[in-house]
Write a protein that binds this ligand. Structure first.
Ligand code: S3P
Length: 191
């Protein structure tokens, strides 16, 4: 196991306006791009869990999967997300499988405000085929894999605090939609 993280998290439950905002959803949904822009709009730091895992492990996610396998990746992912959520308020883009892990999901529910970026299969496939870096899709039928993941994961992603549809329009439209929802809940830019 190559990822070493501090996993202690505070026990207290935070009000929504003090929670980190956690983007969940499938590969290609736009979590990193939307997350970065959301962070800018809210004047909050942005973290990308996949990038943090790569930094902690000292290798790419593809190499990590090849060397240590998916269970080790999930373990590292759980620790990285726990460490980030224990820190100051921020916007966090998670990898597509993170919210499927029961422990990570419970932690996000306790410490974060989760936002599911929902997208249909054609949009997801259009985006993921542009950057062939996802180990789960390196097989003969990535579309069938994506269909299976949609079936397995969408009912779980639906447990997120907020669902926003990403219909292939500009990312800024999605960001604005999220900001409108957050404002109605009293969640605004950091001062
Ligand atoms: C995964 C999604 C990826 C990355 C890893 C596994 C998944 O992140 O964490 O390849 O299980 O869906 P993105 O959703 O950012 O592509």
């Amino acid at each position: 196991m190559q990822v070493h993280e501090h996993t202690e998290t505070p026990e207290k439950v935070l009000p929504p306006a003090e929670r980190s905002l956690v983007l969940v959803g499938l590969m290609g949904a736009g979590k990193s791009t939307v997350g970065r822009r959301l962070g800018n709009a809210l004047r909050l730091p942005f973290h990308d869990a996949d990038q943090e895992i790569e930094t902690a492990a000292g290798c790419s996610i593809t190499d990590f999967f090849e060397r240590y396998g998916e269970p080790a990746f999930r373990d590292g992912e759980r620790k990285v997300i726990a460490r980030l959520l224990a820190g100051p308020r921020h916007v966090l883009a998670t990898g597509g499988g993170a919210f499927m892990d029961p422990q990570t999901r419970a932690l996000i529910k306790r410490l974060g405000f989760s936002i599911w970026l929902r997208a249909d299969i054609s949009l997801l496939m259009e985006r993921v085929t542009k950057r062939p870096t996802r180990p789960l899709l390196k097989n003969v039928d990535p579309r069938a894999t994506m269909e299976r993941l949609i079936e397995e994961r969408y009912p779980v992603y639906a447990e997120a605090d907020l669902t926003v549809d990403s219909n292939g329009g500009p990312h800024d439209t999605v960001v604005q939609q999220i900001l409108n929802h957050l404002a109605s809940l009293g969640i605004k830019a950091a001062s």
